[in-house]
Design a protein around this ligand. Structure first.
Ligand code: FES
Length: 111
């Protein structure tokens, strides 16, 4: 497939109260598309493990088979790891959700 045949989506991200809009191809992670657009988002391992890049999808779908750091039911609830998330539609994303994801995954064990 020619790269021009790859669908491109519009990504809107809210992070620390700032709003950013950029494009991402279907074969590009949301995090790498953000970096290419000059949008700084949290990241560390860039391989789906550490959850530093955790985000919540407010609208849209991603393909994230390598998101090992997120339980399946939380992925279904909209959590995504942007370093391994490939867009499958236009997205609205709330970034900077590492603490919220941690609480959702492990909070019940700490009470
Ligand atoms: S940067 Fe580590 S899971 Fe995304």
């Amino acid at each position: 497939m020619l790269s021009s045949d790859v669908p491109t989506y519009t990504i809107r991200v809210e992070h620390d109260g700032a709003h950013h809009t950029f494009s991402a191809r279907a074969d590009q992670t949301v995090l790498s598309a953000a970096a290419a657009a000059g949008v700084p988002l949290p990241s560390s391992c860039c391989s789906g493990v550490c959850t530093t890049c955790a985000a919540r999808l407010l609208r849209g779908n991603v393909h994230q088979p390598d998101a090992m750091g997120v339980k399946a039911e939380l992925r279904d609830a909209g959590y995504a790891l942007l370093c391994v998330a490939f867009p499958r539609s236009d997205l609205e994303v709330l970034a900077g959700q590492e603490d919220a994801l941690y609480e959702a995954q492990f909070g019940q064990y700490q009470k």
